[in-house]
Ligand binder design. Structure first.
Ligand code: FDA
Length: 396
């Protein structure tokens, strides 16, 4: 075999310069490893740049294993406990980036998400990481304990290869299912990937609700055992808003979701209203609690016309029950084109939770969204990217 020029040999090749790959490359580089970071996109961290409305919700101060979905709910414990939200905040502060808590423990930059990318690039530079951006990946081989990767017309090799190419959500940003194909080639299993944190679509029978496009209201949304109290938004195709995005990660085709439109209301409130305001009407009562257009549509659906005083208690109880658990049966989601993340991915059973190294292939690692670990909405996904990238970076 021809020996390769020395500059084409590295200690580590990291595939994917998103949040996880950048953190991993910086960590390994600063530990003295010679790292090559490769991405087919011309710039690193494209999802970071568009995240959080351009301000990047870079972590959540409450991030813990309970905020993640995975076939193994324990897998993320080790990495999350060794690289915490406080560790990332300390890094952000070392770089002089101002931040604030928006709501529910979600931390955002005061300025721009660009600051987070610039910070991670600077950390990579501190670790003398070498870059190869904007070129498609070629062949990938593994022999004699070394990985050989075709990059921009040359072969590079290293004893360690990190899969950090994310999941297929938002293909127009360069997202692909490449991680899964590569993992399968090395004998790793892949948990069926599905779009998550994604708007849900409603069938034609629910057209009444589509007329509410643009209306938002605080609700409690549920799907099976998953329950989230946040805002829901009606769209021209169905349902969105944080509460719906959260339940979408748990939703499967054919399942119903439930919405409590009046989460703060005490049970029996409608019967009490009947006694207190017998001449009152349901639409008026609902308009005091909900946006007008939504109150009108819900009243129409409930079909309780006329004075409350003329309604039997049973009918009011039934209406109250329906308002607190309105059932919708979505006919789909807006798919990977609109999904913020992917549920599923490289099966954790084949990886070490300490190091992210594949159990059966020495030197092969998988981190970030490519792995079957998916966070809730609210900074949890980046925290997983940082923590899993850091865990691998420490082991390389
Ligand atoms: P990521 O997808 O970021 O990076 C993978 C990299 O691999 C990309 O740079 C890609 O170009 C590259 N790649 C893919 N295929 C390749 C191939 N075949 N060859 C070479 N390179 C390849 N999370 C959060 O915590 N807070 C937030 O505010 C948001 N906001 C948000 C908004 C939007 C619109 C989206 C789409 C997503 C979010 N997220 C989020 C989720 C978050 O962006 C996501 O979980 C992380 O970016 C995942 O980081 P990774 O590094 O694992 O993958």
């Amino acid at each position: 075999m021809n020996s390769l020029p020395s500059f084409d040999r590295f200690d580590v090749i990291v595939l994917g310069a998103g949040g996880a790959g950048l953190m991993c490359a910086a960590t390994a580089g600063q530990r003295g490893r010679r790292v090559l970071l490769v991405d087919h996109s011309p710039e690193p961290g494209r999802k970071i740049l568009i995240s959080g409305g351009g301000r990047c919700n870079f972590t959540n101060i409450g991030a813990g294993p309970a905020n993640y979905l995975s076939a193994n709910p324990h897998f993320m414990k080790s990495a999350l406990s060794r690289y915490t939200p406080a560790d990332f905040v300390a890094l952000v502060e070392r770089h002089g980036i101002a931040w604030h808590e928006k709501t529910l423990g979600q931390l955002f930059c005061d300025g721009s998400a660009r600051q987070i990318v610039a910070m991670l690039v600077a950390e990579c530079d501190r670790g003398l990481v070498e870059w190869q951006l904007g070129a498609p990946l070629g062949e990938i081989d593994h022999a004699d304990g070394h990985f050989r990767v075709g990059v921009a017309g040359r072969m590079v090799e290293a004893p360690a290869l990190v899969i950090a190419t994310g999941g297929p959500s938002i293909p127009k940003l360069g997202a692909t299912g490449f991680a899964y194909d590569l993992a399968r080639r090395f004998g790793l299993k892949v948990v069926e990937p599905r779009p998550a944190l994604v708007p849900l679509t409603l069938p034609a029978e629910e057209a009444l609700f589509r007329e509410l496009s643009g209306v938002a209201t605080p609700v409690t949304a549920s799907c099976g055992k998953a329950v989230f109290r946040e805002a829901a938004l009606f769209t021209h195709r169905g349902l969105s808003g944080p509460a719906i995005l959260q339940v979408s990660s748990h939703w499967r085709h054919g399942q119903e979701i439930g919405i409590d439109f009046l989460p703060g209301e005490t049970p029996g409130w409608l019967r009490s209203a009947k006694r207190e305001r017998p001449r009152g009407a349901l639409p008026t009562l609902l308009k005091e609690r909900l946006p007008d257009r939504l109150a009108e549509r819900l009243s129409e659906r409930l079909g309780l016309g006329g004075d409350l005083g003329n309604q039997p208690d049973r009918a009011l109880e039934a209406a109250e029950q329906r308002l607190s658990d309105w059932r919708f049966r979505p006919n789909g989601s807006e798919g990977f084109a609109k999904a913020e993340v992917t549920v599923g991915g490289i099966a954790t059973a084949g990886l070490s939770s300490q190091t992210m190294e594949a159990r059966g292939v020495a030197g092969l690692y998988a981190i970030g969204e490519a792995v079957d670990v998916t966070g809730w909405l609210g900074g949890y996904n980046f925290q997983w990217a940082w923590a899993s990238g850091w865990a691998a970076g420490q082991a390389l």
